[in-house]
Ligand binder design. Structure first.
Ligand code: HEC
Ligand code: HEC
Length: 497
């Protein structure tokens, strides 16, 4: 069969233009996300039989992050001239091409590399030009390190001028400073932090959602070096400041439009977010950091019985779902009356299963008693327990919620090892947030999450875990929960790998 490369090339060009066009209206992509939608679609399909786990480089790895890093660290792509990329030339030279024309196949690869670049740069605020691929020669080990630090933190490869600036710091042994410098890039906020935090704000744990008040507030807290434990109790809300470019409607607690337009305007969140008092802005008295934002209300207070709020707070901030906390040996005094004591006609099920979660979570969940999410907004009525809380009755003698008091029955027994502070009872969400954020589990959870973000893997070996705990110590004590510092320390710790 004879191939005319032209029509194919044109088709690819059209496809890549279409791709470029369609992304202009959605959130910016990180390098990994952009890779996933471009070059990875080829390597994962065409090269998987060898380059998954057997043959280096693992550019077809099932783990997209691994595949992405392999491509960059092995200098397989040349973003300036995609047709000169090592991976393009390899296939052009006859290495496992899949159609009758190795040239066509290599053009397809080159076009995917161009899309990768477009997907990253077209949607970001700064540094759209001059992106460099990582250096690999032995004389530039520090440059390699500098590249890696920057790329991981900013979510995009550096431009040459910044690479040499970071390289100078790395050469001087100032790896932590190099990390902090990388975090000055607005992409650290617009890409890395935004995509990191978005999954915490919805039950599907996805980052393919529109910017919201929860994410903006977490980003602002990190930018302003506010101790990060306040994420769970501080009276903070971040909104677009006066003079933010783009037609951004004023903040409205009934809709997300303010944040949607802010994201669509693609301005630097680092430069335009401003802090306001959440309670003064929303009129909610018992504000507690992100826990009482509109996005949290939408995800965790709507319908149901507010128990989701407790569960997702534990998952996101203590890194534990309820299965892990399940303890049937704590008193079931606070188990609410919507929980049957004889489910399926067998009281043993209640004792051995339901109690495991509900004895602990229902006792804590009282904190959210005055909250609901109705007609698009978080509703808080001081002193009035939301009707839904006591509505269903499966066991008339069960606990009736009368106020917003709570008690941590998991502070004793098997879950004592979460390292609770001394105050384990209270009223309302703010006090609950204080207790949770002062636990050892919070610091270790944040340290683990940062480790995954920066080191691209879960701390698993004994050495990793010891290191994670050391970083948690720094976060908790010496540095007063400074998140930027934790990220920089972690980057300095694992960039040597
Ligand atoms: C049947 C196994 C097999 C398949 C399929 C395969 N490769 Fe390879 N690849 C190898 C082997 C073996 C090497 C190492 C020897 C060499 O360089 O040719 C290699 C090396 C490479 C290298 C060189 C890396 C370097 O740093 O020099 C690149 C690039 C590459 N492959 C790309 C691809 C791409 C792209 C595909 C899919 C279109 C692919 N390979 C499919 C076996 C395979
Ligand atoms: C692994 C922990 C866990 C166990 C075990 C468990 N639950 Fe739950 N339960 C939850 C969580 C979390 C929610 C909140 C679910 C939501 O709103 O998404 C919940 C909610 C409920 C609700 C309220 C539903 C609503 O509309 O909010 C009832 C009723 C209930 N559980 C009954 C039971 C019974 C009966 C058992 C024992 C057979 C049981 N649960 C065992 C975690 C658990």
């Amino acid at each position: 069969m004879k191939f005319d490369p032209k029509p194919k090339t044109l088709k690819l060009l059209a496809a890549s233009l279409l791709l470029t066009y369609s992304v202009s209206s959605i959130a910016a992509l990180t390098s990994v996300q952009a890779f996933q939608q471009s070059l990875y679609t080829v390597t994962r399909n065409r090269c998987i039989s060898c380059h998954d786990t057997n043959q280096r480089p693992f550019h077809a790895s099932a783990d997209v992050q691994v595949a992405h890093d392999q491509v960059l660290t092995n200098s397989l792509v040349d973003f300036t001239t995609p047709t000169s990329s090592k991976i393009t030339l390899k296939v052009k030279g006859g290495h496992h091409c899949w159609s009758a024309s190795c040239t066509n196949d290599s053009n397809e690869i080159a076009s995917q590399i161009a899309s990768w670049k477009t997907l990253m740069t077209d949607t970001t605020v700064s540094n759209p030009t001059g992106i460099v691929a990582p250096p690999t020669t032995p004389t530039t080990t520090t440059k390699m390190k500098a590249f890696r630090i920057y790329n991981r933190l900013a979510g995009v490869p550096p431009v040459p001028a910044i690479l040499s600036e970071i390289d100078t710091l790395v050469k001087a042994g100032k790896v932590k400073e190099a990390a902090l410098r990388s975090m000055d890039d607005s992409n650290f906020y617009n890409l890395t932090l935004k995509n990191w935090i978005k999954p915490w704000t919805n039950i599907d744990k996805t980052n393919r959602i529109i910017l919201n008040d929860y994410v903006a507030t977490a980003i602002g807290i990190i930018r302003d070096n506010i101790p990060f434990d306040q994420i769970l109790y501080g009276d903070h809300l971040y909104i677009a400041g006066v003079g933010t470019p783009g037609a951004i409607p004023v903040y409205d607690k009934k809709t997300n439009l303010h944040y949607q337009k802010l994201e669509e305007s693609r301005v630097s969140l680092k430069d335009y977010l401003v802090r306001v008092s959440q309670s003064k802005t929303t009129g909610i008295k018992d504000t507690a950091g992100v826990l009482t934002t509109r996005a949290a209300g939408l995800a965790f207070f709507s319908a149901g019985t507010n128990r989701r709020a407790t569960r997702f707070t534990f998952m996101n901030y203590l890194c534990r779902d309820f299965e892990a906390l399940h303890d049937i040996n704590v008193p079931d005094y606070h188990v609410r009356r919507d929980i049957e004591r004889n489910p399926g006609g067998d009281s043993r099920t209640y004792r051995n299963k339901c109690v495991g979660c509900h004895a602990g979570q229902d006792a804590l969940g009282g904190a959210f008693a005055y909250f609901d999410f109705v007609n698009g907004e978080v509703v808080y009525t001081e002193g009035v327990v939301a009707a839904k809380i006591n509505k269903n009755v499966g066991f008339a003698d069960g606990w009736i919620t009368k106020d917003n008091s709570w008690v941590n029955t998991w502070a004793e027994g098997q879950n004592a090892n979460l390292g609770w502070p001394s105050q384990t009872t209270g009223n309302g969400v703010r006090e609950l947030g204080v207790m949770l954020s002062r636990s050892r589990a919070f610091s270790e959870c944040m340290s683990t999450k940062v480790y995954e973000l920066v080191c691209l893997r879960t701390p698993s070996s004994t050495t990793d875990k010891t290191e994670m705990r050391r970083l948690a110590d720094i976060f908790q004590m010496d540095e007063n929960y400074n998140m930027k510092n934790l990220i920089a320390e972690t980057a300095a710790s694992c960039v040597e790998e």
